[in-house]
Design a protein around this ligand. Structure first.
Ligand code: ATP
Ligand code: MG
Length: 229
């Protein structure tokens, strides 16, 4: 997927989501959405595990855009969060980052992003939406649930101490006899990672170490730009 300088210039802005343009035979893609405020090893391990366990070709990280009235000490700008995600994923050739939500004005809803991905990739690709077990419950109890589940499948990563029974109940409720065409929510065990962005932000604020919780480059970016201080 190497591009000439000219090609890169043409698509400068969205070169990170250019697999559709390079016409590589991508058949199974994972999508990892999040605030990534900041991105940490919990996110990266989860994406890596999904790649292997579900035989995915790529995982696309999609940081959320700026939430209205919320950027400040506790939430870094969408541009900073996008850049930290690029830094964290750069060494992995199967990880990409998309600006779909970074560049969108106003709040992003999962449904808009999934629709857009479908438009880009067509119907020949299976999209696996990767989320933590907590996040999947939120997404699937929101509106447009039926349309979302018709467009993609879900991989729910279990966070430490999580009780799966709520997911099982939700799955039963959503996928009754009528629309149950194969399994739609897959549960995936990830190594016990209690890392969270909330904890990292609080550590920065209190001058406690954050090494070994996130990639060194992201740590440097946070300190260089004085984020979360
Ligand atoms: P915050 O503490 O600010 O809520 P977070 O660590 O939960 O941040 P998000 O950006 O909210 O990170 O999460 C993005 C996605 O990654 C969500 O689907 C979330 O459930 C999942 N996730 C977050 N942390 C982990 C982890 N340690 N292991 C597995 N999945 C995680
Ligand atoms: Mg969270």
């Amino acid at each position: 997927m190497y591009k000439s300088k000219e090609e890169r210039k043409l698509n400068d802005k969205d070169y990170t989501i250019d697999i559709e343009k390079s016409r590589m035979p991508v058949r199974r893609i994972g999508v990892m959405g999040g605030t990534f405020n900041p991105i940490h090893f919990g996110h990266l391990v989860t994406a890596q595990e999904a790649l292997g366990q579900f035989n995915l070709d790529k995982v696309i990280f999609i940081p959320t855009g700026d939430p209205p009235h919320k950027v400040g000490k506790d939430i870094a700008s969408s541009e900073d969060r996008y850049l930290m995600t690029v830094i964290a994923t750069a060494p992995n050739k199967n990880f990409l980052v998309s600006r779909i939500e970074t560049d969108r004005k106003g709040r992003s809803y999962t449904i808009d992003t999934v629709r857009e991905l479908r438009k880009i990739y067509g119907t020949g690709v299976t999209i696996y939406f990767i989320t933590g077990a907590d996040a999947i419950l939120e997404i699937l109890t929101w509106k447009n649930t039926e349309e979302i589940v018709s467009l993609c499948k879900f991989i729910a990563a279990t966070r430490p101490g999580y009780n799966l029974s709520r997911i099982k109940v939700l799955e039963k409720k959503l996928f009754n006899e009528k629309n149950n065409k194969g399994e739609k929510i897959f549960v995936m065990e990830v190594p016990a990672l209690a890392i969270s962005s909330t904890d990292i932000r609080s550590r920065v604020k209190n001058n406690r170490p954050i090494n070994y919780l996130l990639p060194g480059g992201v740590r440097s970016y946070i300190l260089k730009h004085g984020l979360y201080g």
